[in-house]
Design a protein around this ligand. Structure first.
Ligand SMILES: [Fe+2]
Length: 381
């Protein structure tokens, strides 16, 4: 492309401003019309900008920023759009907002305090609890998984509850693990509170009476969603204080219990009140997912809450496992009836752990496991 001298460029722009045809300009300077258009439009922008600066300078020097746009436009021979833009620039540059950043400093201090606190809160309050119970001698033991009694509910089967607790108390080597929702505690659901014949206070009294029957045989307890409602509204986990006072191991949402015997046999039991991946057609699916996708390896997994018992033996990573859904002590369940769920099953699945054969077997209900344990006990098990 031919390069023009400064003088030639000025002469070209003069021709352009005089209205000379682009084609003729091209012939005069031996340039293509496209290049001439490009040169001239850049020149127009530059000219417009320098004109704008000149107009702005005049307005500021004469302090005319409060004059009407129309007047300024005619006085300065500039279009109204240009005047408007200049006036808004002048307005923006007229003052500076100095932000009070005291508030920001406070927020930062607050942020740092909570960042530190939140880590401590997670570690100390709701992390999963895990402990080891080591039996002093090798013996065959049974464990009953009891949950969802819903003390205070009109449909609660108090008779069977007490009978089962007495079986555990009176059967040597039979223990219990409690899976939550032992009481209704409807403190978050006003309609249920109104319909209930019992208050949470009365339910607490009944719960303590029930626990007292077999408290020496309870290895672990966790909270259900019904007991957890108290913590949700008050921050206080009443069951935690209560069970720890009785020297019963306690976890808020779940517990990983490791059991060891003198001969070195070890087994792991994981219990949660609720878990994800629930299937109405395959109740133990959630337990299997808890093993495959959860953070813990276990031999026996228990998930409560659903009120319908199911027990399955399955193999995962070349090892036999047992998946359990617990039953409930509700004889009839108005919630299940209303929502179209199956009625509760009134059984509490149980297991027998044999450290001699290193095997675990399962039973449908507490009375079944007690009968078998009695036979083992007779034979010096
Ligand atoms: Fe529940």
């Amino acid at each position: 492309m031919k390069k023009l001298s400064k003088e030639q460029r000025e002469s070209l722009f003069k021709d352009y401003l005089s209205g000379m045809n682009i084609k003729n300009i091209g012939e005069k300077y031996n340039l293509s019309p496209v290049y001439i258009r490009h040169l001239c439009s850049a020149y127009q922008i530059k000219r417009f900008q320098s004109r704008r600066e000149e107009v702005k300078k005049i307005i500021l020097e004469n302090n005319w920023q409060n004059k009407p746009v129309r007047t300024l436009s005619s006085m300065l021979k500039a279009d109204r759009d240009m005047i408007n833009k200049i006036l808004s620039e002048i307005k923006e540059n007229d003052y500076t907002v100095l932000r009070n950043n005291e508030e920001n400093q406070d927020a930062e201090a607050l942020w740092n305090t909570f960042a530190e606190l939140s880590g401590k809160y997670k570690n100390s309050i709701e992390s999963e609890k895990s402990d080891v119970i080591k039996f002093h001698r090798n013996k065959i033991i049974g464990i009953a998984f009891i949950s969802d009694a819903h003390i205070g509910n009109d449909g609660c089967n108090y008779k069977k509850m007490k009978e089962d607790a007495e079986i555990v108390a009176n059967t040597p080597n039979l223990y219990a693990v409690l899976g939550g929702d032992l009481m209704d505690n409807h403190i978050l659901i006003q309609e249920a509170m109104m319909a209930s014949n019992t208050s949470p206070k009365m339910q607490w009294k009944l719960l303590k009476y029930y626990i007292d029957i077999f408290r020496q045989k309870i290895l672990v307890a966790i909270s259900g969603n019904h007991e957890f409602w108290t913590k949700r509204v008050s921050g206080l986990d009443l069951l935690e204080n209560y069970f720890q006072g009785l020297k019963i191991l306690y976890g808020t949402h779940s517990f990983l219990l490791r059991i060891e015997f003198q001969n070195g046999y070890k087994t792991v039991i994981k219990i949660r009140h609720k878990y994800r991946y629930n299937s109405m057609d395959n109740l133990t699916h959630t337990v299997k997912k808890m093993l495959k996708e959860g953070r813990d390896d276990f031999d026996v997994g228990i998930v409560a809450h659903h009120h319908q018992a199911e027990i399955t033996k399955f193999v995962y990573k070349n090892k036999e496992r047992i998946a359990i859904r617990t039953g409930s002590y509700l004889l009839y369940d108005t919630y299940a009836e209303r929502e179209g769920f199956e009625n509760s099953t009134n059984n509490m699945p149980s297991i027998i752990i044999n450290p001699f054969t290193k095997k675990i077997d399962y039973f449908w209900d507490i009375k079944d496991v007690a009968e078998v344990l009695k036979l083992y006990n007779k034979n010096g098990g």
